[in-house]
Design a protein around this ligand. Structure first.
Ligand code: F6P
Length: 469
């Protein structure tokens, strides 16, 4: 396709919603890419015609903008060195653990930072070239925190929003970052900086006051050049109706039955679906479940835990270690406690399309979501959206952003194995009446604030904030 016309809305995210792959016959193709960001932004892109600038995975160069499933996608390529320095290094071995409460130890390397700066510059230049005059550019997530300022230098006419999909850490942790001031200044290029939780917005404003020295008042930062920047919470959500309709479809109903049959028709199916990430608490939940089987609180003939772990960041050391740990744990649990045709854990290291996920949600009696720290966790909301029968129970970590909204879930501290065991038992033994009324309330909560509401609120506030300048 020839270069797209400059657009009034440009989304800039590290990832495109599709990854470049090689088909079994050797031809190039596209496959949906993982993660909550893509799930959230896709419906917004379809509803508002815009351009999505992002990386399609891999190192292929020279890819032209193209139309995909009703969206205009504009690929940015990364070299092998940039994948190692910007993506695997600074984004996912420095910022990711630092922003998730140091669940793993962040590494600080100057070469990674240099790579982060130069890749952010390339994203900013591409966005500048795709945006029409006075357009809105909406920059997404921790991989691109310098883009707002770099873009403002190139195109002061633009309205620039930034949204952080992951938690923003307390000052005590953030200030370990050797480049803390540059990151804060990068974000201050935006008119509006959005966070999942009010706590993240407050952490940011406090750090700007302490570390950059700007005046602040409540959610506003006053810059020396007379601009103001607002920092506020916009809890993200999902396409509730889309998931509900999918779950109601005959194909998904049929597939859900097939899944339960294939599992040997157990009385209770427990489910976890996560990117294979050390923040998600997969090890802790599987261990707690296996203890319940070991101690005869659950019967292996009647209960099974289905765990889907979507491959993620496989070149990063911590992720390789985690994969080995989970492989070993699942092998040990099934070896010790399983029976012929009755594994304790049915484990898939694979990614699935939305239809299969909806079928799994429908097939599961209890969904177990136990991150140590999570910006929101959209899987929990997807499960709720798919339970149009008002059945099913949700076990949810107190440390997921979703716990602030989904108060009728069985909330748990995933660091506490006994509490995890109790939460799983509470969810499975809940009587039908209570399960129904809790799920009905959970569904109301998610329905009332879906992803369109989230985007509308953010974009309306961005317009208002930019108009005030
Ligand atoms: O939602 C958080 C996030 O890190 C997104 O920014 C990202 O696209 C997604 O998870 C998946 O991670 P990755 O792009 O590294 O595979």
């Amino acid at each position: 396709m020839s270069p797209p016309e400059p657009s009034d809305l440009v989304i800039v995210a590290n990832r495109l919603p599709v990854d470049r792959i090689t088909n079994p016959d050797g031809s190039p193709g596209w496959r949906g890419s993982p993660g909550g960001l893509v799930t959230a932004i896709e419906p917004i892109m379809r509803a508002n015609s815009g351009i999505w600038v992002g990386w399609p995975g891999g190192t292929e160069t020279g890819l032209e903008p193209f139309e995909y499933d009703g969206m205009t996608l504009d690929p940015i390529s990364l070299s092998e060195d940039e994948i190692a320095g910007f993506y695997e290094g600074f984004s996912n071995a420095t910022l990711w653990p630092l922003y998730h409460d140091l669940v793993a130890k962040p590494e600080f390397h100057r070469e990674w930072w240099d790579s982060y700066v130069s890749v952010n510059q390339r994203f900013a230049e591409r966005a500048a070239s795709r945006a029409a005059k006075d357009a809105t550019v909406w920059v997404q997530d921790y991989q691109l925190q310098l883009v707002p300022q770099l873009l403002r230098e190139l195109r002061p006419d633009l309205r620039i929003g930034f949204y952080l999909h992951i938690p923003f850490p307390p000052a005590e942790l953030f200030q370990q970052l050797p480049w803390r001031r540059q990151v804060l200044e990068g974000l201050l290029g935006a008119d509006l900086v959005g966070f999942q939780m009010p706590g993240g917005a407050a952490n940011f404003v406090r750090l700007v006051r302490q570390r950059v020295g700007h005046k602040t008042h409540r959610d506003l930062v006053y810059l020396p050049d007379d601009r103001t920047v607002r920092a506020a919470a916009f809890p993200i959500s999902i396409d509730f109706k889309g998931f509900e309709e999918l779950a109601k479809s005959d194909a998904v109903a049929k597939r859900a039955t097939e899944i339960r049959n294939a599992l040997g028709n157990p009385t209770k199916v427990f489910l976890g679906i996560d990117r294979l990430d050390y923040t998600k608490g997969i090890y802790a939940r599987l261990r707690a479940f296996s203890e319940l089987i070991r101690d005869d609180e659950l019967d292996v003939e009647k209960a099974v835990f289905v765990q889907v772990a979507t491959p993620s960041r496989e070149q990063v050391e911590e992720y390789r270690v985690l994969r080995d740990e989970i492989d070993r744990l699942v092998g040990r649990i099934n070896g010790d406690l399983g029976r012929i045709g009755r594994p304790v854990i049915s484990y898939m290291h694979s990614s699935y399309p939305r239809e299969e996920m909806a079928a799994l949600y429908r097939a599961a009696d209890v969904m177990v979501v136990t991150p140590y720290r999570d910006g929101m966790n959209l899987v929990a909301k997807e499960y709720v959206a798919c339970r149009y029968d008002d059945l099913g129970a949700l076990v949810l970590s107190e440390f997921a952003g979703a716990a602030d909204e989904l108060l009728e879930a069985v909330l748990v501290n995933p660091h506490d194995t006994s509490a995890l065991r109790d939460a799983i038992v509470t969810a499975v033994e809940m009587n039908r009446h209570e399960r129904r009324s809790r799920m009905a309330q959970l569904r109301e909560d998610v329905r009332a604030s879906d992803v369109q509401t989230w985007a509308d609120r953010f974009l309306a506030d961005l317009v208002a904030e930019a108009a005030d300048q």
